[in-house]
Ligand binder design. Sequence first.
Ligand code: UT7
Length: 334
Amino acid sequence: MNTITAAITAVGAYLPEYVLTNQILETMVDTNDEWITSRTGIKERRILKGEKLGTSYMCIKAAENLIQKSGIDPSEIDLVLVSTTTPDMPVAATSVYVATQIGAVNAFAFDIQAACSGFLYGMSAASAYIQSGRYKKVLLIGGDKMSSIIDYTDRATCIIFGDGAGAVLFEPNYEGLGFQDEYLRSDGIGREYLKIDAGGSILPSSKETVENRQHYVFQDGKTVFKYAVTGMADVGEKIMQRNHLTKEDINWLVPHQANRRIIDATAERMGVDESKVLINIERYGNTTSGTLPLLLHDFEHKLQKGDNLIFAAFGGGFTWGAVYLKWAYNTNKN
Ligand code: UT7
């Protein structure tokens, strides 16, 4: 059989050194470790410090980590996709700069923006390019410097988000491994509940927008939570049904890390046992485009060739969806 599927063949990651703990947040806003832990599952998150360091810095580091681990020649990469909600700058795509910096001299590059579902949508795009037969190596990076758009006087958002980036390489597979199916959704009603008001074409930056703190993320947490719980569980269930997967068939659930309670609700509806759910939210918080590849990086040593993985995410927009993928390799780690 000659059908091409798109498999993940390598993973890399980068996390900034600075650790922002719940205890430090207690000194910044009116909150406490017990509230944050019980409501979100988060204990600490990483923050990128340093002047003039943006999302590209972390994406380059994550890609370099992948290149070093896999031994690939960056000049063989055909396409570099960067999923981010915090691009280096509004004009001049972050991915283009990243591609040049890592030596992907023969690649073209573009950015994907779909908030917390960006990496999931990126998996869809990367896989489609590979399955088309047109390209052989697609590097997909998910990274966000959320600290650049978070108001550290707003306790409703500053406790949730963190910075980080992860990268995966998609290549053709002829054994039927890799990307199997997707169920992707979006609904513009979500724009009211999770957004940055200013700095775009509706409300360009001005002295007033800065004074009114309109360049920071606004989130109606309760409403987003409600939609996220239903949305992620719905798509998880749907992708299982469509592919005739029972809970026993699923080896790993790879859920977006926004809130531990959303993850638990999704796993419960899908019937997936807690031991099969990949979780690192306690250490990184919500890194937006970074959550899914950071999970793959942290748990790569546990994933076995042929394992069935279900990815699920929900984010601003609203955007949400699920992807079913068969893992394609074993890692030589002990
Ligand atoms: O990844 C992108 C999509 N985003 C998400 O999926 C996030 C979805 N939302 C959430 O995760 C949750 O809604 C939050 C973690 C943001 C908030 O948790 P919640 O259980 O929905 O809390 P709440 O907003 O209903 O607030 C409950 C109470 C309020 O006090 P009163 O009105 O009951 O007296 C808040 O003022 O908790 C208060 N509160 C806090 N207290 C201590 C809100 N934030 C804090 C805080 N520390 N940081």
